[in-house]
Design a protein around this ligand. Structure first.
Ligand SMILES: C[S@@+](CC[C@H](N)C(=O)[O-])C[C@H]1O[C@@H](n2cnc3c(N)ncnc32)[C@H](O)[C@@H]1O
Length: 441
Protein backbone atom coordinates (compact mmCIF):
# COMPACT_ATOMS: atom_id res chain seq x y z
CA UNK A 1 0.00 0.00 0.00
CA UNK A 2 1.35 3.44 -0.99
CA UNK A 3 0.64 6.50 1.21
CA UNK A 4 1.71 10.14 1.36
CA UNK A 5 2.68 11.70 4.70
CA UNK A 6 4.66 14.43 6.44
CA UNK A 7 7.67 13.27 8.45
CA UNK A 8 7.68 14.76 11.95
CA UNK A 9 10.78 13.65 13.89
CA UNK A 10 13.65 11.19 14.25
CA UNK A 11 12.86 7.81 15.81
CA UNK A 12 15.06 4.82 16.69
CA UNK A 13 16.73 2.28 14.39
CA UNK A 14 17.39 4.76 11.61
CA UNK A 15 13.72 5.56 11.07
CA UNK A 16 11.63 8.72 11.30
CA UNK A 17 8.04 9.10 12.48
CA UNK A 18 4.93 10.37 10.74
CA UNK A 19 1.20 9.67 11.08
CA UNK A 20 -1.43 8.26 8.75
CA UNK A 21 -5.03 8.63 9.95
CA UNK A 22 -3.79 9.02 13.55
CA UNK A 23 -1.63 5.89 13.44
CA UNK A 24 2.15 6.10 14.01
CA UNK A 25 4.26 5.13 10.98
CA UNK A 26 8.02 4.43 11.26
CA UNK A 27 9.62 5.30 7.93
CA UNK A 28 13.04 4.28 6.54
CA UNK A 29 15.07 6.71 4.38
CA UNK A 30 13.09 9.74 5.55
CA UNK A 31 14.03 13.02 7.24
CA UNK A 32 11.99 15.35 9.50
CA UNK A 33 10.13 18.09 7.63
CA UNK A 34 9.80 16.04 4.43
CA UNK A 35 6.62 15.19 2.53
CA UNK A 36 7.12 11.68 1.18
CA UNK A 37 5.40 8.82 -0.59
CA UNK A 38 5.89 5.61 1.38
CA UNK A 39 5.32 1.93 0.60
CA UNK A 40 4.05 0.28 3.77
CA UNK A 41 5.57 -3.03 4.85
CA UNK A 42 3.07 -5.88 4.97
CA UNK A 43 1.14 -6.72 7.08
CA UNK A 44 -0.59 -3.38 7.60
CA UNK A 45 -3.75 -4.33 9.47
CA UNK A 46 -6.18 -1.68 10.61
CA UNK A 47 -5.68 -3.00 14.19
CA UNK A 48 -1.88 -2.61 14.24
CA UNK A 49 -0.66 -0.06 16.79
CA UNK A 50 1.89 1.25 14.28
CA UNK A 51 2.96 0.66 10.71
CA UNK A 52 6.41 0.62 9.11
CA UNK A 53 7.40 1.57 5.60
CA UNK A 54 10.02 2.98 3.25
CA UNK A 55 10.25 6.15 1.20
CA UNK A 56 9.61 5.71 -2.52
CA UNK A 57 9.45 9.38 -3.51
CA UNK A 58 10.36 12.67 -1.82
CA UNK A 59 7.89 15.46 -2.56
CA UNK A 60 9.29 18.11 -0.16
CA UNK A 61 13.00 17.68 0.53
CA UNK A 62 14.98 18.30 3.75
CA UNK A 63 18.21 20.33 3.38
CA UNK A 64 19.93 17.38 5.12
CA UNK A 65 19.14 14.98 2.25
CA UNK A 66 21.94 13.88 -0.12
CA UNK A 67 22.19 11.39 -2.99
CA UNK A 68 23.44 8.08 -1.51
CA UNK A 69 27.17 7.57 -2.12
CA UNK A 70 26.56 3.80 -1.94
CA UNK A 71 23.48 3.16 -4.07
CA UNK A 72 23.15 -0.51 -3.08
CA UNK A 73 22.58 0.53 0.54
CA UNK A 74 19.94 3.14 -0.35
CA UNK A 75 16.16 2.69 -0.66
CA UNK A 76 14.85 -0.51 -2.28
CA UNK A 77 12.91 1.52 -4.79
CA UNK A 78 16.16 3.08 -6.00
CA UNK A 79 18.06 -0.19 -6.53
CA UNK A 80 19.23 -0.48 -2.89
CA UNK A 81 18.11 -2.60 0.03
CA UNK A 82 21.41 -3.80 1.52
CA UNK A 83 21.73 -3.25 5.26
CA UNK A 84 24.55 -1.56 7.09
CA UNK A 85 24.18 2.07 5.99
CA UNK A 86 20.65 3.18 6.88
CA UNK A 87 21.61 6.90 7.00
CA UNK A 88 23.29 6.87 3.57
CA UNK A 89 20.66 9.42 2.39
CA UNK A 90 21.68 11.96 5.07
CA UNK A 91 24.49 14.56 4.91
CA UNK A 92 27.35 14.21 7.43
CA UNK A 93 26.08 17.18 9.47
CA UNK A 94 22.57 15.79 9.25
CA UNK A 95 23.76 12.43 10.60
CA UNK A 96 25.45 14.09 13.58
CA UNK A 97 22.32 16.16 14.28
CA UNK A 98 20.14 13.02 14.02
CA UNK A 99 22.27 10.97 16.44
CA UNK A 100 22.65 13.74 19.03
CA UNK A 101 18.87 14.15 18.96
CA UNK A 102 18.23 10.41 19.40
CA UNK A 103 20.56 10.23 22.44
CA UNK A 104 18.82 13.30 23.92
CA UNK A 105 15.38 11.75 23.32
CA UNK A 106 16.37 8.44 24.94
CA UNK A 107 17.89 10.20 27.96
CA UNK A 108 14.61 12.10 28.34
CA UNK A 109 12.28 9.12 27.78
CA UNK A 110 14.14 6.37 29.66
CA UNK A 111 16.72 8.24 31.74
CA UNK A 112 14.23 10.97 32.91
CA UNK A 113 16.90 13.62 32.31
CA UNK A 114 16.90 16.64 30.01
CA UNK A 115 20.41 17.08 28.64
CA UNK A 116 22.00 18.41 25.49
CA UNK A 117 24.43 15.90 24.02
CA UNK A 118 27.43 17.17 22.05
CA UNK A 119 28.55 14.79 19.31
CA UNK A 120 32.02 14.39 17.91
CA UNK A 121 33.10 13.01 14.52
CA UNK A 122 36.29 10.94 14.50
CA UNK A 123 39.49 12.13 12.80
CA UNK A 124 39.51 11.46 9.07
CA UNK A 125 35.76 10.99 8.61
CA UNK A 126 35.15 14.46 7.19
CA UNK A 127 37.88 13.89 4.59
CA UNK A 128 36.37 10.54 3.52
CA UNK A 129 32.78 11.81 3.63
CA UNK A 130 31.93 9.20 6.28
CA UNK A 131 33.14 6.24 4.20
CA UNK A 132 36.08 3.84 4.75
CA UNK A 133 36.00 3.53 8.53
CA UNK A 134 35.33 -0.19 9.16
CA UNK A 135 38.35 -2.32 10.09
CA UNK A 136 36.12 -5.41 10.25
CA UNK A 137 33.43 -6.56 7.78
CA UNK A 138 31.23 -9.63 7.52
CA UNK A 139 29.82 -11.07 4.31
CA UNK A 140 28.02 -14.24 3.26
CA UNK A 141 28.77 -16.34 0.15
CA UNK A 142 25.89 -16.51 -2.33
CA UNK A 143 24.89 -19.59 -4.34
CA UNK A 144 27.70 -18.86 -6.84
CA UNK A 145 30.26 -18.63 -4.01
CA UNK A 146 30.64 -14.83 -4.36
CA UNK A 147 30.76 -12.51 -1.34
CA UNK A 148 27.36 -10.98 -0.88
CA UNK A 149 25.06 -9.11 1.50
CA UNK A 150 21.42 -9.88 2.28
CA UNK A 151 18.71 -7.64 0.84
CA UNK A 152 16.51 -6.28 3.61
CA UNK A 153 13.36 -8.22 4.40
CA UNK A 154 14.25 -11.09 2.07
CA UNK A 155 16.57 -14.07 1.69
CA UNK A 156 18.01 -12.60 -1.52
CA UNK A 157 21.79 -12.25 -1.42
CA UNK A 158 23.28 -9.51 -3.58
CA UNK A 159 26.86 -10.17 -4.78
CA UNK A 160 29.20 -7.26 -4.09
CA UNK A 161 32.69 -6.36 -5.28
CA UNK A 162 33.24 -3.36 -3.05
CA UNK A 163 32.26 -2.25 0.44
CA UNK A 164 32.52 1.53 0.72
CA UNK A 165 32.40 1.54 4.52
CA UNK A 166 35.50 -0.69 4.75
CA UNK A 167 38.87 0.95 5.44
CA UNK A 168 41.28 1.43 2.55
CA UNK A 169 43.68 -1.04 4.20
CA UNK A 170 40.92 -3.66 4.41
CA UNK A 171 39.84 -3.14 0.79
CA UNK A 172 43.43 -3.42 -0.31
CA UNK A 173 43.80 -6.77 1.52
CA UNK A 174 40.50 -7.96 -0.01
CA UNK A 175 41.70 -7.10 -3.53
CA UNK A 176 45.08 -8.72 -2.97
CA UNK A 177 43.50 -11.91 -1.61
CA UNK A 178 41.02 -11.90 -4.53
CA UNK A 179 38.07 -12.04 -2.12
CA UNK A 180 35.72 -10.41 -4.67
CA UNK A 181 36.46 -13.20 -7.21
CA UNK A 182 34.52 -15.63 -5.00
CA UNK A 183 35.31 -19.34 -4.86
CA UNK A 184 33.61 -19.81 -1.48
CA UNK A 185 31.04 -22.50 -0.65
CA UNK A 186 27.46 -21.18 -0.69
CA UNK A 187 26.39 -19.73 2.69
CA UNK A 188 29.90 -19.55 4.12
CA UNK A 189 30.42 -16.65 6.50
CA UNK A 190 33.36 -14.47 5.50
CA UNK A 191 34.96 -12.10 8.01
CA UNK A 192 37.81 -9.75 7.10
CA UNK A 193 39.73 -7.97 9.86
CA UNK A 194 42.60 -5.56 9.19
CA UNK A 195 44.11 -3.50 12.03
CA UNK A 196 44.38 0.13 11.03
CA UNK A 197 47.94 1.41 10.62
CA UNK A 198 47.26 4.54 12.70
CA UNK A 199 50.78 5.94 12.66
CA UNK A 200 51.27 6.15 8.87
CA UNK A 201 49.48 7.87 6.02
CA UNK A 202 47.04 5.46 4.36
CA UNK A 203 46.66 6.43 0.70
CA UNK A 204 43.39 5.88 -1.15
CA UNK A 205 43.78 2.53 -2.94
CA UNK A 206 47.13 1.51 -1.37
CA UNK A 207 49.32 -0.52 -3.73
CA UNK A 208 50.97 -3.91 -3.14
CA UNK A 209 54.27 -2.47 -1.92
CA UNK A 210 52.45 -0.42 0.69
CA UNK A 211 50.44 -3.46 1.71
CA UNK A 212 53.51 -5.66 2.10
CA UNK A 213 55.41 -3.00 4.05
CA UNK A 214 52.69 -1.61 6.28
CA UNK A 215 50.17 -4.44 6.75
CA UNK A 216 52.41 -7.46 6.12
CA UNK A 217 50.62 -10.51 7.57
CA UNK A 218 48.73 -8.45 10.17
CA UNK A 219 45.25 -9.24 8.82
CA UNK A 220 42.75 -12.09 8.83
CA UNK A 221 40.31 -13.56 6.38
CA UNK A 222 38.15 -15.99 8.31
CA UNK A 223 35.74 -18.38 6.63
CA UNK A 224 33.19 -19.93 9.00
CA UNK A 225 35.49 -18.86 11.83
CA UNK A 226 38.61 -20.58 10.41
CA UNK A 227 41.65 -18.62 9.19
CA UNK A 228 41.84 -18.76 5.38
CA UNK A 229 44.54 -16.10 4.98
CA UNK A 230 46.57 -13.95 7.35
CA UNK A 231 46.55 -14.88 11.02
CA UNK A 232 44.21 -15.20 13.96
CA UNK A 233 46.12 -13.13 16.53
CA UNK A 234 46.21 -9.58 15.22
CA UNK A 235 48.30 -6.72 16.57
CA UNK A 236 46.63 -3.38 17.24
CA UNK A 237 48.64 -0.34 18.33
CA UNK A 238 47.35 2.92 19.82
CA UNK A 239 48.88 6.08 21.26
CA UNK A 240 47.29 7.61 24.32
CA UNK A 241 48.82 10.71 25.87
CA UNK A 242 52.22 10.07 24.34
CA UNK A 243 52.37 6.42 25.41
CA UNK A 244 52.11 3.58 22.91
CA UNK A 245 50.05 0.50 23.80
CA UNK A 246 50.11 -2.73 21.82
CA UNK A 247 47.35 -5.32 21.90
CA UNK A 248 47.07 -8.89 20.71
CA UNK A 249 43.47 -9.27 19.53
CA UNK A 250 41.54 -12.33 18.33
CA UNK A 251 40.45 -11.71 14.70
CA UNK A 252 37.08 -13.26 15.52
CA UNK A 253 36.61 -11.44 18.82
CA UNK A 254 35.41 -8.00 19.83
CA UNK A 255 37.45 -4.93 18.91
CA UNK A 256 36.21 -1.36 18.36
CA UNK A 257 35.47 -1.32 14.64
CA UNK A 258 36.04 2.27 13.59
CA UNK A 259 39.64 3.01 12.49
CA UNK A 260 40.14 5.67 15.16
CA UNK A 261 37.80 4.47 17.92
CA UNK A 262 40.44 2.38 19.74
CA UNK A 263 42.42 5.58 20.20
CA UNK A 264 39.76 8.25 20.75
CA UNK A 265 37.64 6.29 23.25
CA UNK A 266 40.45 5.45 25.72
CA UNK A 267 41.61 9.09 25.51
CA UNK A 268 38.17 10.36 26.53
CA UNK A 269 37.65 7.65 29.18
CA UNK A 270 41.03 8.50 30.72
CA UNK A 271 40.12 12.21 30.70
CA UNK A 272 36.87 11.52 32.60
CA UNK A 273 38.50 9.09 35.05
CA UNK A 274 41.18 11.65 35.89
CA UNK A 275 38.53 14.34 36.30
CA UNK A 276 36.75 12.09 38.79
CA UNK A 277 39.96 11.14 40.65
CA UNK A 278 41.00 14.76 41.20
CA UNK A 279 44.71 14.00 41.28
CA UNK A 280 44.58 10.78 43.34
CA UNK A 281 47.70 8.73 42.55
CA UNK A 282 46.70 5.41 44.19
CA UNK A 283 43.11 4.81 43.06
CA UNK A 284 41.32 1.49 42.70
CA UNK A 285 39.59 1.29 39.31
CA UNK A 286 37.25 -1.35 37.95
CA UNK A 287 37.13 -1.92 34.18
CA UNK A 288 34.02 -4.04 33.55
CA UNK A 289 33.31 -5.77 30.19
CA UNK A 290 36.97 -5.15 29.45
CA UNK A 291 37.53 -7.20 26.25
CA UNK A 292 41.22 -7.48 25.36
CA UNK A 293 42.09 -4.60 27.68
CA UNK A 294 41.56 -1.54 25.48
CA UNK A 295 40.77 0.65 28.51
CA UNK A 296 42.55 -1.49 31.11
CA UNK A 297 46.07 -0.74 29.87
CA UNK A 298 45.80 3.07 29.62
CA UNK A 299 43.96 3.15 32.98
CA UNK A 300 46.61 1.05 34.72
CA UNK A 301 49.49 3.03 33.20
CA UNK A 302 48.14 6.57 33.21
CA UNK A 303 45.15 7.15 35.54
CA UNK A 304 47.41 7.51 38.61
CA UNK A 305 50.24 9.17 36.68
CA UNK A 306 49.61 12.67 37.98
CA UNK A 307 51.57 15.12 40.11
CA UNK A 308 54.85 13.42 39.19
CA UNK A 309 53.69 9.87 40.11
CA UNK A 310 54.52 7.15 37.57
CA UNK A 311 51.06 5.56 37.52
CA UNK A 312 51.96 2.31 39.27
CA UNK A 313 50.11 3.40 42.41
CA UNK A 314 46.79 2.65 40.71
CA UNK A 315 45.26 -0.81 41.02
CA UNK A 316 42.91 -2.00 38.30
CA UNK A 317 40.43 -4.88 38.34
CA UNK A 318 39.21 -5.95 34.91
CA UNK A 319 36.30 -8.33 34.32
CA UNK A 320 35.47 -9.92 30.95
CA UNK A 321 33.35 -12.93 30.02
CA UNK A 322 35.06 -14.20 26.83
CA UNK A 323 37.96 -16.51 27.80
CA UNK A 324 40.00 -15.75 24.63
CA UNK A 325 39.70 -12.00 25.24
CA UNK A 326 40.88 -12.45 28.85
CA UNK A 327 43.80 -14.59 27.67
CA UNK A 328 44.79 -11.80 25.28
CA UNK A 329 44.21 -9.11 27.92
CA UNK A 330 46.63 -10.91 30.25
CA UNK A 331 49.22 -11.10 27.44
CA UNK A 332 48.70 -7.40 26.70
CA UNK A 333 49.04 -6.41 30.37
CA UNK A 334 52.26 -8.42 30.66
CA UNK A 335 53.70 -7.06 27.41
CA UNK A 336 53.04 -3.51 28.66
CA UNK A 337 55.05 -4.31 31.81
CA UNK A 338 52.06 -3.62 34.07
CA UNK A 339 51.85 -5.47 37.37
CA UNK A 340 48.98 -3.46 38.88
CA UNK A 341 46.10 -5.24 37.10
CA UNK A 342 44.00 -8.22 38.23
CA UNK A 343 42.23 -9.60 35.15
CA UNK A 344 39.27 -11.86 36.02
CA UNK A 345 37.31 -14.01 33.57
CA UNK A 346 33.57 -14.42 34.11
CA UNK A 347 30.13 -12.94 33.99
CA UNK A 348 30.28 -9.45 35.52
CA UNK A 349 27.27 -9.86 37.84
CA UNK A 350 28.60 -13.16 39.23
CA UNK A 351 32.26 -12.14 39.39
CA UNK A 352 31.49 -9.01 41.40
CA UNK A 353 30.40 -11.28 44.29
CA UNK A 354 34.01 -12.52 44.62
CA UNK A 355 36.23 -9.46 44.27
CA UNK A 356 39.48 -9.65 46.30
CA UNK A 357 39.08 -7.50 49.45
CA UNK A 358 41.80 -5.01 48.49
CA UNK A 359 39.95 -4.21 45.24
CA UNK A 360 36.40 -4.35 46.58
CA UNK A 361 35.95 -0.58 47.00
CA UNK A 362 36.81 1.18 43.75
CA UNK A 363 37.13 4.94 43.40
CA UNK A 364 35.92 4.79 39.81
CA UNK A 365 34.09 2.12 37.80
CA UNK A 366 34.49 2.09 34.02
CA UNK A 367 32.01 -0.12 32.18
CA UNK A 368 31.49 -0.85 28.50
CA UNK A 369 28.70 -3.45 28.34
CA UNK A 370 27.20 -5.03 25.20
CA UNK A 371 24.11 -3.51 23.52
CA UNK A 372 21.67 -4.70 26.19
CA UNK A 373 23.51 -2.62 28.80
CA UNK A 374 24.64 -3.58 32.29
CA UNK A 375 21.06 -3.81 33.64
CA UNK A 376 19.77 -3.04 37.12
CA UNK A 377 21.57 -5.78 39.07
CA UNK A 378 25.07 -4.74 37.93
CA UNK A 379 24.22 -1.04 38.43
CA UNK A 380 23.20 -1.84 42.01
CA UNK A 381 26.40 -3.85 42.56
CA UNK A 382 28.42 -0.87 41.35
CA UNK A 383 26.55 1.44 43.71
CA UNK A 384 27.04 -1.01 46.60
CA UNK A 385 30.81 -0.96 45.98
CA UNK A 386 30.81 2.68 47.13
CA UNK A 387 32.42 3.96 43.89
CA UNK A 388 32.47 7.75 43.77
CA UNK A 389 32.25 7.87 39.99
CA UNK A 390 31.09 5.76 37.06
CA UNK A 391 32.28 6.14 33.46
CA UNK A 392 29.77 4.37 31.21
CA UNK A 393 30.57 3.65 27.53
CA UNK A 394 27.45 2.64 25.60
CA UNK A 395 26.74 1.53 22.05
CA UNK A 396 22.97 1.72 22.63
CA UNK A 397 21.65 5.02 24.03
CA UNK A 398 18.42 3.35 25.21
CA UNK A 399 20.38 0.93 27.42
CA UNK A 400 22.54 3.78 28.71
CA UNK A 401 19.42 5.80 29.55
CA UNK A 402 17.80 2.87 31.39
CA UNK A 403 20.96 2.16 33.40
CA UNK A 404 21.38 5.89 34.10
CA UNK A 405 17.90 5.87 35.65
CA UNK A 406 18.96 2.99 37.94
CA UNK A 407 22.23 4.67 38.88
CA UNK A 408 20.35 7.90 39.61
CA UNK A 409 18.02 5.99 41.97
CA UNK A 410 21.17 4.57 43.60
CA UNK A 411 22.53 8.04 44.40
CA UNK A 412 24.50 9.09 41.29
CA UNK A 413 24.12 12.22 39.18
CA UNK A 414 24.96 12.68 35.49
CA UNK A 415 27.96 15.05 35.25
CA UNK A 416 29.08 14.74 31.63
CA UNK A 417 27.76 13.13 28.47
CA UNK A 418 29.23 13.11 24.98
CA UNK A 419 28.39 11.11 21.86
CA UNK A 420 30.91 9.85 19.31
CA UNK A 421 30.08 9.08 15.69
CA UNK A 422 31.83 5.69 15.63
CA UNK A 423 29.50 4.31 12.95
CA UNK A 424 29.09 6.89 10.16
CA UNK A 425 26.31 6.27 7.62
CA UNK A 426 24.41 4.18 10.17
CA UNK A 427 22.03 5.14 12.98
CA UNK A 428 24.41 3.62 15.54
CA UNK A 429 26.13 5.96 17.98
CA UNK A 430 28.50 5.55 20.93
CA UNK A 431 27.86 7.58 24.07
CA UNK A 432 30.16 8.10 27.05
CA UNK A 433 28.74 9.35 30.35
CA UNK A 434 30.29 10.34 33.68
CA UNK A 435 28.16 9.93 36.78
CA UNK A 436 29.28 10.91 40.25
CA UNK A 437 27.86 10.01 43.62
CA UNK A 438 25.75 12.64 45.35
CA UNK A 439 24.19 10.47 48.07
CA UNK A 440 25.93 7.87 50.21
CA UNK A 441 24.41 4.34 49.84
C1 LIG B 1 31.30 -3.57 23.90
S1 LIG B 1 32.49 -4.81 24.26
C2 LIG B 1 33.73 -3.85 25.08
C3 LIG B 1 35.11 -4.46 25.17
C4 LIG B 1 36.24 -3.49 25.50
N1 LIG B 1 35.88 -2.54 26.52
C5 LIG B 1 36.73 -2.76 24.25
O1 LIG B 1 36.35 -1.59 24.06
O2 LIG B 1 37.45 -3.37 23.46
C6 LIG B 1 31.66 -5.68 25.51
C7 LIG B 1 32.46 -6.84 26.09
O3 LIG B 1 31.68 -7.42 27.14
C8 LIG B 1 31.83 -8.82 27.13
N2 LIG B 1 30.64 -9.33 27.83
C9 LIG B 1 29.36 -9.39 27.36
N3 LIG B 1 28.52 -9.80 28.34
C10 LIG B 1 29.29 -10.01 29.45
C11 LIG B 1 28.99 -10.43 30.77
N4 LIG B 1 27.74 -10.70 31.15
N5 LIG B 1 30.01 -10.54 31.65
C12 LIG B 1 31.29 -10.26 31.25
N6 LIG B 1 31.62 -9.84 30.02
C13 LIG B 1 30.64 -9.72 29.12
C14 LIG B 1 31.97 -9.18 25.67
O4 LIG B 1 32.66 -10.41 25.52
C15 LIG B 1 32.76 -7.98 25.13
O5 LIG B 1 34.15 -8.24 25.16
Amino acid sequence: MEKTLWIERYADQGRCVGHIEGRVVFVRFALPGELVNVTLDEPYNRDDRFWTGEVTQVLETSPDRVTPQWKLAGPLNDGGGLGGADLIHVSRDGQLKWKADVVKQQMHRLGHLDVDVPIEALPGDDETGGLHWRTRIELIADDQGKPSMRRRGSHVRVPIDDMPLASQALLSVARNERVWDGGFEPNQQIRIAVPEPRDVYVPPQPDLDWLAQVVGDNYAILVDGQVKAGKRNLTETIDVQGRTFTFTVDANGFWQMHRMAPQRLPEHVLYLVRLALQGKTDPVIWDLYSGSGLFTLPLAALAGAVNGADGTGARVLSVEGAPQAVKNARLNIKAAGLSNVTALCGDVAKTLHHVPAELAHPDVVVLDPPRAGAKAQVCRQIAASGAQAVVYIACDPASLARDTATLTEEGYELRDIRAFDLYPMTHHVETVALLTRVNEP
